[in-house]
Design a protein around this ligand. Structure first.
Ligand SMILES: NC(=O)c1ccc[n+]([C@@H]2O[C@H](COP(=O)([O-])OP(=O)(O)OC[C@H]3O[C@@H](n4cnc5c(N)ncnc54)[C@H](OP(=O)(O)O)[C@@H]3O)[C@@H](O)[C@H]2O)c1
Length: 405
């Protein structure tokens, strides 16, 4: 097996079940510079899943087979999608037998949306697993590591700085484990002058085809897609996933959600028309008209009352309700008032903004985020860990909302 320059750094220790380390040092327990480099590659791959996988942790995996070198590598690329180990093993095929798997996170050992990765590694005949960070998920415990060790796989946990690099990837995962609401990803398309519509109540596309394709992909990997009632009125959206390739494997259409304090959602809207097929949940308040409620319910719309301050839908209560229903990732697609309210209440986790080279201008154009505003630049909400890329003539900028803001 290729071992780089053979120099060994004291950064590894053999892992016990549960991710704890046994403090007995022998040469086998230490990682070579080559191992460290490969594990760093797994961590870099994991970062490619940022913004797509939360509230899951981003994970990367590299499989190396002796002189053949890297025979498979992959990362967890989408919430509800295949895990990094599964993708890397599929690429490696038979070459995984006797190979070393470098993984940014200890492989899972419990059945979740996908079968345990530890079992897949054992089945593929991997001889050695080197991982950066232990799994903080209490449901996971050390089950994956125990399964690997029971099957005779050598398991090595990185220590020190490398472990820290792996754990840094888990910051948001840890936060979401503690929270009783879903991960909320805000998404909007805006003109270069920061407007999402020429005036309130007027819809229409701002971004181009590649951005739209990506949004359908995101919908396919979200448990729910949510909008405010003004967006439902202006755009008459369906909010379904209509990817060219169809729904992602193993995924269902997302639950569609509308925040609508007085049930203004039209009975003949496209959202209501699709209620039977894809599910439609409307959060409302005591302001809702009983007859209107009956009309919507007769068409298969689920209506839940969560009255908050100033007669508004209580967004925190709505999200807690969704969480209790098993919804873990919500794509919030506007509009400005809903985004403003979610951000103001600390209920948003990430922002994805498509920026298009057009100017809408004018005082009536709708800004991307509404609310009472801030007093000075010092109070601006600055996104963290920001990434951007071009999509045709559009730009996609993404960042995390700092916790506690
Ligand atoms: N370019 C884009 O990406 C994009 C995306 C979405 C929308 N848009 C455009 O944006 C415009 C709509 O945006 P908008 O800001 O006017 O409306 P919105 O955010 O879609 O909906 C706001 C409405 O939601 C209801 N609501 C329920 N609970 C709320 C709460 N806790 N906080 C705030 N609102 C709550 C309120 O109506 P009730 O008081 O009746 O409950 C409120 O007026 C449209 O022109 C649409 O085309 C553009």
């Amino acid at each position: 097996m290729r071992r780089g320059n053979g120099k060994r750094a004291r950064v590894g220790a053999r892992a016990g079940a549960g991710g704890s380390t046994r403090l007995s040092y022998d040469a086998r327990m230490l990682l070579s510079d080559h191992d460290v480099q490969r594990l760093r590659r797994a961590i870099a791959l994991a970062r490619k899943g940022r913004f797509q996988v939360e509230p899951n942790p981003p994970v990367g995996c590299v499989i190396e087979q002796g002189e053949a070198g890297i025979v498979g590598e992959s990362w967890h690329g989408a919430f509800g999608g295949p895990h990094a180990e599964v993708g890397a093993l599929a690429l490696a095929g038979d070459a995984a037998r006797g190979a070393t798997a470098y993984i940014s996170l200890a492989p899972c050992g419990v059945d979740g949306k996908t079968p345990p990765c530890a079992d897949a590694l054992v089945r593929a005949g991997v001889a050695r697993v080197i991982y950066a960070a232990g799994d903080p998920n209490p449901a996971e415990g050390g089950a994956g590591l125990a399964r690997l060790e029971a099957a005779g796989v050598e398991v090595v946990a990185a220590q020190g700085a490398l472990r820290g690099e792996g754990e840094a990837l888990l910051e948001r995962f840890r936060g979401s484990l503690a929270s009783r609401r879903p991960w909320v990803a805000l998404k909007w398309a805006m003109s270069l002058d920061g407007r999402i519509a020429p005036r309130r109540g007027v819809g229409g596309a701002i971004s181009g085809g590649r951005a739209h394709g990506l949004v359908h992909d995101w919908r396919g990997h979200a448990d729910a897609v949510a909008v405010g009632v003004e967006t439902a009125l202006a755009d008459d959206p369906r909010l379904t996933c209509r990817r060219q390739a169809g729904l992602p494997a193993g995924r269902a259409q997302p639950l569609r959600v509308v925040f609508d304090g007085s049930l203004r959602l039209p009975v003949d809207s496209r959202l209501v028309a699709g209620a039977g097929e894809s599910g439609l949940l409307v959060f409302t308040t005591a302001r809702a008209d009983a007859a209107r409620r009956r009309q919507l319910e007769e068409r298969g719309v689920r209506i839940v009352e969560v009255s908050g301050v100033e007669g508004r839908v209580d967004l925190a209560a709505a999200l807690a309700h969704l969480h209790a229903e098993g919804v873990r990732r919500v794509l919030a697609e506007g509009g400005a008032r809903i985004h403003g309210a979610l951000l103001r209440q600390g209920l948003a986790d990430q922002v994805s903004a498509f920026i298009s080279p057009m100017l809408l201008g004018g005082e009536d154009a709708v800004p991307a985020v509404e609310g009472s505003g801030i007093g000075s630049m010092d109070d601006a909400l600055r996104l963290e860990d920001v990434a951007w890329r071009g999509l045709g003539t559009d730009l996609l900028m993404q960042g995390y909302v700092p916790r506690g803001s």
